[in-house]
Design a protein around this ligand. Structure first.
Ligand code: HEM
Ligand SMILES: *[C@@H]1O[C@H](CO)[C@@H](O)[C@H](O)[C@H]1NC(C)=O
Length: 329
């Protein structure tokens, strides 16, 4: 090898070393406190906004919690859930599985507060995940440290949602399969369904258990209340008729859900089945007994869900507004 060749070879070596380094620099993936240099106040601003909104509208916290499931379980935690439909495509929000999702305008309130401090830096995907984290804490659930660095997807498609999100009457086998595709095991699934310890279910998702005859699996003590809240077999689409998921402690994320489902007071077929399937029942019993165990498993499963297939590095974009992709502005 001549001197020139050696030099060339060395140059190549260092060039490739530099370029790999640059790629690593660009894409550390998800990390703790991703915005520490670019927007150090980001997590504090989000926490503050979530608190303020919770004071005014308690149900915003239910939405932040439900959002993390509906966004992250559908392909990626990429805030595709937040996009509005375009002239060409119907978005995820518009599907039957998304029925009842609410408070999207307050995600924009949080985003605007962050944009005022650090324009164009913090993704809607991270705002969605961190608002879920802070919403869980508002509801009395555990505080879950979560990584950031997600970027926003540019598309949202209604037609893929059913492939990812189970229906209200799905079998436990199908539910376990869908979550295991995200690396979430059986106790993780049982813990995540504990989210149904807060919020509501509209009568449209319940009337098939009440009419034409009452599902014998329902606790007869719970039935009069359900019939009172859902008096019509075909609910009036204009009346907002619903039953609270947990009548005992409807505003608190606690393990009362597991006692309810063991007592046949689970509203959805999946909730009820969770307490009876032999794979899930042992965990339901354990969580009904121990709030600590529920919180530990819930925190672990939320972490896994929040890290499902994110866009990082230079993929995707940082949206200016959470309901519209940038290129369409
Ligand atoms: C098998 C999986 C699941 C199914 C089939 C399911 C289905 C549903 C349905 C049908 C509702 C009622 C919506 C309405 O009528 O307004 C609901 C509410 C809710 N779900 Fe789930 N869900 C599942 C898993 C999860 C997970 C994993 C989370 C969060 C970690 C979650 C969080 C919530 C919350 C917080 C509400 C109440 C929303 C509110 O009051 O605005 N769900 N779910
Ligand atoms: C589940 O409920 C939907 C209506 O929400 C219905 O169309 C479907 O047939 C039900 N599936 C099963 C397996 O019962």
């Amino acid at each position: 090898m001549g001197a020139a060749n050696v030099l060339f070879f060395l140059a190549l070596l260092s060039f490739s070393a530099v370029s790999t380094f640059a790629e690593n620099e660009e894409d550390p993936g998800l990390v703790m406190n991703f915005y520490k240099d670019t927007c150090p106040q980001a997590e504090e601003i989000i926490r503050e906004q979530v608190k303020l909104l919770y004071k005014r509208h308690k149900n915003t916290a239910f939405s932040w919690l439900r959002n993390i499931f509906h966004d992250c379980a559908v392909q990626s935690c990429d805030a595709s859930l937040l996009l509005d439909s375009t002239r060409r495509t119907l978005s995820e929000k518009e599907t039957d599985r998304s029925f009842g999702l609410r408070n999207f305008r307050y995600i924009e309130t949080i985003k605007e507060a962050v944009e005022r401090e650090c324009p164009g830096v913090v993704s809607c995907a991270d705002i969605l995940v961190l608002s879920a984290r802070d919403g869980i804490a508002s509801l009395g659930g555990p505080y879950i440290p979560l990584k950031t660095g997600r970027r926003d997807g540019r598309r949202s498609r209604a037609d893929v949602v059913e492939e990812y999100l189970p229906d209200h009457n799905e079998t436990i086998s199908a539910v376990l399969d869908r979550f295991s595709a995200m690396g979430i095991d059986t106790p993780g699934v049982v813990a995540l369904l504990g989210a149904h310890s807060v919020g509501r279910t509209h009568c449209v998702k319940l009337v098939h258990r009440l009419y034409p005859e009452v599902d014998p699996a329902l606790n007869p003590d719970h039935v009069p209340h359900m019939l009172h809240k859902c008096p019509d077999q075909i609910p009036d689409p204009k009346a907002v008729q619903y039953v609270r998921n947990d009548r005992g402690t409807p505003m608190i994320l606690d393990n009362n859900y597991y006692r309810n489902i063991l007592d046949n007071k689970g509203l959805l077929i999946v909730d009820h089945q969770l307490a009876y399937d032999k794979r899930t029942k042992p965990y339901v019993k354990k969580m009904a007994k121990s709030q600590d165990y529920f919180f530990k498993e819930f925190a672990r499963a939320i972490t896994l869900l929040s890290e499902n297939n994110p866009l990082t590095g230079t993929k995707g974009e940082i949206r200016k507004q959470c309901n519209v992709a940038n290129k369409l502005h």
